[in-house]
Design a protein around this ligand. Structure first.
Ligand SMILES: Cc1cc2nc3c(=O)[nH]c(=O)nc-3n(C[C@H](O)[C@H](O)[C@H](O)COP(=O)(O)OP(=O)(O)OC[C@H]3O[C@@H](n4cnc5c(N)ncnc54)[C@H](O)[C@@H]3O)c2cc1C
Length: 353
């Protein structure tokens, strides 16, 4: 055999080997891609009352939903201890128990749960075959693709950020007067905030409590005239203008608050009030930033839905619960809109087949 022929054989066998390596790599790549990409008819983002209820209905409609838990499994209710106003629990229920009940109910019908946080979305993407899909990516870059998406990411209450606020969470500290006011009947409470919500919460609590302090940072209220009048005309409400909360005090539960009057001025003074409950009313932040470039949001960031449905401006994308509700923000309403979203998603999916 000539040197030339031998070189030719070596050359072709190297080429063949490289081709084999390429094929193996391509197969591996494809398999990995397939492994990290999961498809379903319905993806649900959020594990609060809205997400779990959507999951119960979507799984019973055979949409084989996948629910992504997010940073707070069980949602906002896990910030409180007892829930007394959710229908079906005549003796009240521990919030963790209630959320666990909802989860198990969804699991029973085949909902798949994924621990993770959605960090990126591509909604309403046209695929090569002409179909429209929605892509969600977790922090791990795991990808989920679906025909329909139900957004149930909630709205987080804003807190002052005091260490004592965390310490007494659920033991005298609350961000929901409608939910927890009843526990303070005949007692003394404080509400923090100067807007419409704060005035509304203070007026609501004055109907239950013997005394309500309204702690306002500025020397005026930002609330509408009518809400201000309701506060000023209520003999049970004392407005503490130009006060900041320094810390909450108490043994195992809130028993008082140290306030700073005219902070950072020559008149600065520390004042103590005795209270049994401390209610934050400085607003909520809807968890909707991820969707801002796709969906219509109102000026506060709440997702805007169409008419009486849970549909958004992108076909196949639905919103339920507090993330689309600046007004009611109650678990039963979130659950109800979760049900609506699953029915809307099911009707949408039927139009695809
Ligand atoms: C202290 C407190 C006490 C309350 N008490 C009551 C009460 O007694 N009765 C009552 O009816 N209501 C109560 N509420 C209100 C009630 O908790 C809410 O109205 C309800 O939880 C809203 O449900 P939701 O499913 O819309 O959102 P949430 O319960 O807020 O759940 C949102 C879910 O979205 C997930 N999520 C967020 N971002 C992402 C992301 N990027 N990726 C994946 N998942 C994400 C979170 O992990 C969470 O699971 C209370 C609220 C507070 C703060």
């Amino acid at each position: 055999m000539s040197v030339f022929a031998a070189a030719k054989i070596v050359f072709f066998s190297v080429l063949l080997h490289l081709f084999y390596l390429f094929l193996t790599f391509a197969a591996d790549y494809e398999q990995n891609t397939l492994l990290s990409m999961t498809s379903t008819q319905c993806l649900i983002i959020g594990s609060g009352p809205a997400g779990y209820t959507a999951a119960i209905y979507a799984s019973r409609a055979n949409l084989q939903p996948i629910l992504i838990d997010g940073p707070q499994q069980g949602g906002q209710l896990t910030l409180t201890t007892e829930v007394e106003n959710f229908p079906g629990y005549p003796d009240g229920v521990q919030s963790f128990q209630m959320m666990d009940d909802l989860r198990r109910q969804a699991e029973r019908f085949g909902t798949r749960f994924v621990s993770g946080i959605v960090t990126r979305v591509e909604l309403g993407k046209k695929e090569e075959n002409g179909s429209i899909k929605h892509h969600l990516f977790l922090e791990t870059e795991e990808e989920y693709v679906a025909d329909s998406v139900i957004i149930a990411t909630g709205a987080s209450a804003k807190w002052l950020g005091l260490p004592s606020e965390k310490e007494f969470m659920g033991r005298g500290v609350s961000a929901c007067a409608t939910c927890d006011g009843f526990f303070y009947r005949g007692k003394t409470v404080a509400v923090v905030g100067g807007g419409d919500t704060a005035c509304e919460e203070a007026t609501y609590l004055a109907g239950l409590c013997q005394k309500v302090y309204l702690i306002v940072r500025k020397n005026y209220l930002r609330a509408s005239e009518i809400m201000q009048q309701r506060v000023f005309n209520n003999p049970k409400i004392e407005v503490l203008f130009e006060h900041n909360t320094k810390q909450l005090t108490g043994e195992n539960k809130v028993q008082g608050a140290d306030l700073i009057y005219r902070k950072d001025t020559p008149d600065e003074q520390i004042r103590h009030i005795d209270i049994d409950g401390f209610f934050l009313a400085i607003g909520h932040q809807p968890n909707t930033r991820l969707f801002a470039s796709y969906l219509d949001l109102d000026e506060e960031g709440y997702i805007q839905t169409i008419g009486n449905s849970t549909a958004t401006r992108i076909a196949g994308v639905f919103a339920a619960g507090d993330c689309a509700d600046p007004h009611y923000q109650q678990a039963v309403i979130a659950a109800a809109t979760g049900c609506k979203a699953a029915i809307d998603a099911n009707n949408y999916c039927k139009t695809l087949s």
